[in-house]
Design a protein around this ligand. Structure first.
Ligand SMILES: [Ca+2]
Length: 504
């Protein structure tokens, strides 16, 4: 009897201690991670003051926290750039270390693809939801379906995924916000003390960019359906991007690529009316995302949770829509390689702006760091919490990018300081091109084609003589050589399985 009372007392002490730990853990920060689908940083006024997109909520979020000028996704070996990008976010793995799936490996006569989930027992134990669940966080997710990391997505305790790319509240972005609001209302009712990780994803502005009527009207656009006719010209439509071209100067390397030839509303057209209408649709969808984010932030404020929440806003990758004569997300120009990234939360100085040099694959390490959770064993990302806390300006010096979803070995980029190299080795050796840019002098990556008077008459741009590809300029031959060597060393370091025509 005495012995069992002693055991009971001991158990009581242990459980009281557990409650005390849980209470202490209540103070851990919440995380609201917001991710758009296919959105260039240059759509936002924060990155491009000439843009006509209005996003007052996100502008306020950016102004109340930190803006990253150098946030990138590492690339893709598939036309579905979303897929590896989202896998990198969930796993913190670098591009070429995303593990092949057991299922695909077993398929006869097919080579293993460097995509999908890892195989073996309990394969998703190191992913974002798994480690936050384990640490006692309440995890919730809403996002589009498909082209993502199913094994990880399924681990969120509450999951409300659906493809919502329509022009109404029930078929568009409002639906995703409704899921978060509903979840927060439930949390309020249950008085759930655990901090939350909410992965708040949108299916927009990804094509088909069907906007809501009032917003389409505002941006002078229509949900264009006819392949035979142009949409109506409208002076209210957003201006052409400053680095628009009627065609890319050489083949992008991915024949019959869906995003370049068959996106409804654009197809193979790059004319001014089509592109301006399409950007109007993109902006209508993006302003709607802004409105929906606003609804959720208002709710968090009403619940008294806002001040203890880190809010991230980003996209899985950027987008061309007419820039450089391209339409899709399968290129390594800044408009597409980069992503928007705004972060607000405890300890982050309002109005701060950094280079950052962060990858989306750093998100796992960063969120873990902010929550006081040890980053998982196979994470390869670097926490950018020190950047958020104002202790440093950037996470790394060199950035590497790849696109090889089409012909191999594909495109590669490397960036260090103001200098950026892009190389194209595509179409079975028929296209071998090198571009060298100084992004400080030439932030829009103008090419000689951008100086054509017919082009400048439409874009209103006036590129200087030196705002071109500098790869052939003898004045920069030493820099070119340095960047070529840097690219090759990054390819080697990151286990890129390919080499370009002029590499060892
Ligand atoms: Ca995407």
């Amino acid at each position: 009897m005495i012995r069992s009372m002693k055991v009971f007392a001991a158990l009581l002490v242990v459980s009281l201690a557990a409650v005390a730990i849980a209470r202490a853990a209540d103070k851990r920060p919440n995380i609201l991670f917001i991710i758009a689908d296919d959105q260039s940083p240059f759509d936002f006024k924060t990155y491009n003051p000439a843009s006509s997109l209005e996003t007052p909520v996100l502008d306020k979020l950016a102004a109340g926290g930190m803006v990253f000028d150098g946030a990138y996704h590492m690339g893709s070996f598939s036309g579905a750039v979303c897929s590896p990008s989202r896998r990198m976010i969930m796993s913190g793995r670098t591009l070429w270390h995303l593990k092949p799936t057991g299922k695909k490996r077993r398929k006869k006569g097919r080579k293993a693809k460097q995509v999908e989930e890892p195989s073996g027992p309990n394969p998703h134990r190191y992913t974002l939801p798994a480690i936050f669940n384990k640490a006692g966080y309440a995890t919730m997710r809403t996002c589009k379906t498909g082209n993502s990391y199913e094994g990880a997505n399924a681990l969120f305790t509450v999951r409300r995924d659906a493809m919502k790319r329509g022009g109404t509240d029930s078929s568009g972005s409002a639906w995703h916000a409704d899921q978060v609001l509903d979840y927060l209302a439930g949390r309020e009712k249950k008085k759930n003390p655990a901090p939350f990780l909410i992965y708040f994803g949108f299916s927009h502005p990804h094509d088909v960019r069907d906007g809501k009527p009032a917003l389409l009207k505002k941006y002078g656009a229509v949900n264009h359906r006819s392949r035979q006719e142009l949409p109506p010209a409208n002076s209210k439509a957003p201006k052409l991007p400053i680095n628009w071209l009627p065609a890319h100067p050489f083949h992008h390397g991915h024949p019959r690529l869906r995003d370049e030839v068959s996106v409804p509303g654009v197809w193979e057209r790059r004319d001014e009316i089509t592109i301006r209408n399409e950007i109007g649709r993109q902006f209508a969808c993006s302003e709607n995302i802004d409105i929906q984010v606003g609804r959720v932030l208002k709710k968090l404020e009403a619940m008294g949770e806002l001040d203890n929440t880190y809010i991230f806003y980003t996209s899985d990758h950027g987008m061309a829509i007419g820039r450089h004569g391209l339409q899709g997300k399968q290129n390594l120009y800044e408009h597409t390689w980069r992503v928007p990234l705004f972060v607000k939360g405890p300890g982050i100085k309002a109005g701060s702006r950094v280079t950052g040099n962060a990858y989306l694959l750093d998100v796992l390490a960063t969120l873990s760091d902010l929550a006081g959770i040890k980053a998982p064993a196979d994470n390869e990302g670097t926490s950018f919490k020190p950047v958020l806390m104002g202790k440093k300006d950037k996470t790394r010096e060199v950035l590497y990018g790849a696109y090889c979803g089409g012909t191999k070995p594909g495109m590669r980029s490397v960036k260090k300081g103001d200098w950026k190299l892009i190389k194209y080795d595509v179409m079975d050796g028929k296209v071998r091109e090198t571009q060298l840019f100084n992004l400080k002098d030439n932030p829009h990556e103008f090419l000689s084609q951008h100086q054509d008077s017919k082009v400048t008459a439409q874009t209103g741009a006036s590129p200087g003589a030196k705002q071109v590809n500098l790869a052939a300029d003898p004045a920069h031959s030493a820099k070119l050589k340095e960047m070529e060597a840097l690219l090759q060393s990054e390819m080697k370091r990151l286990d890129d399985p390919h080499r370009l025509w002029d590499q060892n």
